[in-house]
Design a protein around this ligand. Structure first.
Ligand code: ADP
Ligand code: MG
Length: 652
């Protein structure tokens, strides 16, 4: 008996659909490209539940005849090419005739379509590949396709879909590609009855501004060239606007979005030395080439495209960008302008020689006599030598004697003298630092630990002693003496860790504290980032940022964390947070709240180079050592290095 038989079309289509339709976003891409191919000037997209329930695309394009409408769902049925040779003069997005039969194989699909010249349109309903109904209808010119219950008959695929957030974000990415390639077409997208964005037909620059933001628009530098091999237009950006994450990088060839790592290198080459390591510029580059010189035939879902004469085009691209940047002064040129140059006279040997500067000093000066700080070091020394165990020069040995109440200050000589500390059984000079560093189990954390140590009101009771507990080195490290030796603490990481602990707790406990703004600032978020923004709004509120949506990607910033430094640019911070969140949405990161808290803490943490007062160092270190984990910062970096006396001894 023979074993081989042909698969029914419905099965073949379902298998093929595996290639073409991987997720709701693939459906959007195919439907939008069909609408653009049909010369639509207005395309509306309606989505429910990130495309699981409904994906609907309505266009005002050329529509289809009754027969074509039915034909369109047959495999390899297309109006776009007739023979293989047509592939070399392709001016449409589609050509395979695979999209509609693939989509219909894995969904419940309805289509209404009418050509301008027809009086009635046609309405088709399918369940899987099976046509349920076909009838004439009165409908608008153009095509309206509703795709419901995607993968209803392929449960494994349906289960495999990611969160709504991720799927919606992928949908928007596909829509962005088509919208950026076709600024002459108006688009709108509505998700669960909320209009996510509406893009009017206009120039390319207007489209970029509408899809992203005014800010992105302001940083654009036009590029333009036309020759036999290629015509290029579009925009690159000013080097200052390059960013570490989430750069907007788009290549289009013959109005089709593509990825092209080799051409990307050409752009990067132009920014070499103009942007910092790891930064990426925005670019929107549109190439037009003879369709015969590219191969778009690689794979329905792949965005790589092969070019002939790639090297020559690479050089043209690079030269064009360089020229554009030069024109817009993005590249520093050698400046021969003499107007503000300092006047340096030519050397004249006959002129009188200038006097040598004189240095005078006081031979009797003794810094140890005069300095108030040093006199206290001296008194401290005396205190220690007088104390019971006679330990000198570093913090006391006993940990048991540590009073359970936290003590901010070290008793002054006077206190000890009148017996409060020195005469009872407790050790003098209690210091939280010393005990905490030794991990005393019954340590009671100070109640102030949830307050940013550097924005705390000055303690009511000032330090009674100016005993120098901490030393700052290079405005970067804090050095402290411990029972077993010494510790070097990285100030930025320590502060970041303390802040992180507080912010992360706020997120976990779902309670934020913010300070109301008198004059709320209006923040603009790229339209494409609106869903990402919506997904982080709650966490931002717990962090202390109160944002109210004004629609269309605008938000009023009504409150900020009270401790936030005025110099922090919220727009920049928010952009970084959105970048983190976008990665998260695409499933590459770990917990989102943690990342946001970390980003805020890192931005706000003490920079290197900042000189700290005794009080600040003390508060910072106390807060740090009040945390259960004070060895590693939340980003995994080491906070402190301990050097034992043995290690120190070994060096001498
Ligand atoms: P392809 O786009 O590769 O030709 P599709 O399966 O996507 O294959 O579409 C099949 C055919 O259906 C197209 O060639 C086109 O003639 C017609 N068609 C699809 N969508 C539309 C639309 N929105 N408006 C007009 N015609 C359409
Ligand atoms: Mg198509």
């Amino acid at each position: 008996m023979d074993l081989i038989h042909l698969l029914p079309d419905s099965v073949a289509n379902q298998i093929a659909a595996g290639e073409v339709v991987q997720r709701p976003a693939s459906v959007i891409k195919e439907l939008l490209e069909n609408s653009v191919d049909a010369k639509a000037t207005d395309i509306q997209v309606f989505i429910r539940e990130a495309g699981r329930e409904l994906i609907q695309v309505i266009d005002n394009g050329m529509g289809m005849s009754h027969t074509d409408a039915r034909m369109a769902f047959e495999r390899h049925a297309t109006s776009k090419i007739k023979q293989a040779a047509d592939l070399f003069s392709l001016h449409t997005m589609g050509f395979r005739g695979e999209a509609l039969p693939s989509i219909v194989a894995v969904s419940e699909l309805e289509m209404r379509t009418r050509r301008a010249e027809d009086e009635t349109g046609v309405h088709l309903s399918f369940s899987g590949s099976v046509l349920q109904r076909q009838e004439a209808v009165v409908c608008q010119k153009g095509t309206n396709i509703e795709v419901r219950n995607l993968f209803f008959n392929v449960p494994a695929r349906r289960k495999f879909l990611k969160s709504n957030q991720t799927e919606l974000s992928n949908i928007i990415t596909e829509l962005q590609h088509v919208a950026l390639a076709n600024p002459q077409v108006a688009f709108s997208i509505t998700h669960n009855d909320t209009l996510l964005f509406k893009l009017d037909a206009g120039s390319l620059k207007q489209r970029i501004v509408q899809v992203f933001s005014k800010q992105v628009g302001q940083q654009l530098i036009p590029v333009n060239v036309e020759n036999d091999l290629i015509s290029i237009n579009g925009f690159v950006c000013q080097p200052e606007s390059a960013r570490k994450k989430g750069a907007l990088q788009y290549f289009f060839v013959n109005d089709r979005y593509m990825r092209h790592p080799y051409f990307h290198k050409a752009v990067m080459e132009c920014y070499k030395d103009l942007i910092a390591d790891g930064e990426q510029p925005n670019y929107f580059i549109y190439m037009k080439v003879d369709p015969a010189s590219i191969d778009v035939n690689i794979h329905p879902t792949k965005t790589e495209i092969k070019f002939e004469n790639e090297a020559a085009r690479w050089h043209i691209l690079m030269a064009t960008i360089r020229e554009a940047m030069g024109k817009y002064n993005a590249v520093p040129a050698i400046d021969f302008d003499q107007a503000d140059a300092p006047d340096i006279a030519a050397f004249d040997p006959s002129a009188p020689m200038p006097h040598e500067p004189k240095v005078s000093f006081n031979n009797d000066y003794n810094p140890f006599k005069k300095s108030p700080v040093m006199s206290n070091w001296t008194s401290l020394y005396e205190d220690f030598s007088n104390s019971r165990d006679g330990s000198v020069g570093h913090l006391p040995e006993s940990q048991n004697a540590m009073p359970s109440v936290h003590v901010e200050t070290i008793p002054s000589r006077m206190d000890m003298g009148n017996g409060t500390a020195g005469n009872d059984d407790t050790e003098p000079l209690p210091s939280r630092m010393s005990t905490i560093l030794d991990d005393v189990p019954d340590y009671v954390p100070p109640t102030t630990q949830l307050v940013d140590p550097l924005h705390q009101a000055p303690s009511v009771e000032p330090h009674k002693s100016v005993y120098r507990k901490y030393l700052q080195v290079s405005s970067r490290y804090i050095v402290a003496s411990t029972r077993q030796g010494m510790v070097l603490i990285d100030q930025h990481r320590a502060h970041m860790t303390v802040l992180f602990d507080r912010y992360y707790q706020q997120i976990r406990q779902r309670q934020g504290i913010s300070q109301q703004e008198l004059f709320p600032e209006v923040i603009e978020v790229s339209k494409a980032d609106v869903p990402v923004m919506e997904s982080i709004l709650d966490d931002l509120r717990y962090l202390g940022f109160e944002l109210d949506s004004l629609g269309g990607g605008s938000y009023a910033l009504n409150g900020k964390p009270a401790s936030l430094d005025k110099s922090i640019d919220f727009n920049v911070l928010l952009q970084q947070m959105l970048d983190e969140a976008r990665d998260e949405v695409h499933g590459v990161g770990d917990e989102l709240g943690r990342k946001l808290a970390l980003r805020l803490s890192a931005t706000q943490a003490l920079p290197y180079g900042k000189t700290l007062s005794e009080e600040e160092m003390s508060q910072l270190i106390d807060s740090l050592y009040a945390l259960p984990d004070h060895t590693y910062a939340p980003d995994g970096h080491l906070i402190a290095v301990h050097l034992s006396v043995d290690e120190l001894d070994a060096r001498f």
